[in-house]
Design a protein around this ligand. Sequence first.
Ligand code: ASP
Length: 323
Amino acid sequence: MKKLALGAIAALALALPAQAQTKYPERPITMIVPFAAGGPTDVIARLVSESMSKTLGTQVVVENVAGAGGTTGITRALTAAPDGYTIAMGHLGTFSAAPSTYPNLKYDPIDGMQAIGLAGGTPILIVAKKDFAPKDLKEFVAYVKGNTDKVTEAHAGVGSVSWTTCTLLKGQLGVPKLNSVAYRGTGPALNDLVSGQIDFMCDQIVSVSEQVKAGTIKAYAVASAERSPALPDVPTTKEAGLPEYQIEAWNGLAAPKGTPKEIVDKLVDALDKALKDETVKTRLLGLGAVIPSAEERTPAGFAALIKRDADKLTPVLSQAVKK
Ligand code: ASP
């Protein structure tokens, strides 16, 4: 009897640590992409989510919730229960630019969000429909300045990366107002660029590089210090005559604030493994993405990047929105 009781206590003691651990994940995880399918955020999300599904042993399902420059989808994700079953693939726009362009934003990427990690650096390209008259960046600058009433620009909504990066460009060119069309993501904007219905846009390399290579659109320059290995023929803005136009964008994962640490750790690990997965890596690099450093893949490293870029963008963008 005494023996049995001791045995039962021992069994209970063994079972306890297992019970104290969070069993996660037990069902599919939703990764919200705050833009339409086919754009850079969607492309990166689909690539990493596939590998993350394998690591986590459950499906990570991408859900496109577009609108308001990506803020609709991010609001949905960050106001969900902090249980690890809803996460978001945001970017420079939704996490660093949107707070200064939407005064009533319902989320706070600096103090009210759990950063997970950076999923990819995405150089910015100035791209145009293939028949657009200017042949190079210098001609583009002159043409835009001389035809402000005629030129049409595509973007993914106020606060998005395309809007933010083109707002900086237009500010530097001294042409703050152009005819611009807001899309639900730059995937659909790219379709209109390919069919020649819109003149140009500034966008993240990953969804436009293949079209540039195929010649269905043209790229004037990449706004980074170095050329992209994915598009070695496209000059940098410095080489092409607009050295002051330098901007780097990125995409990364976040969860609602309050998500338990053990769950965050599992998501961080799954993202890290996805970025080490040869298939994912090769595909991302082929599209022109930059693979994040070990530090940028951590919640602290990613949070620091969000803050650094928000500090940089806030003064410029709050002015631009007032104009
Ligand atoms: N690249 C987009 C932006 O301009 C959005 C998207 O990923 O579709 O913010």
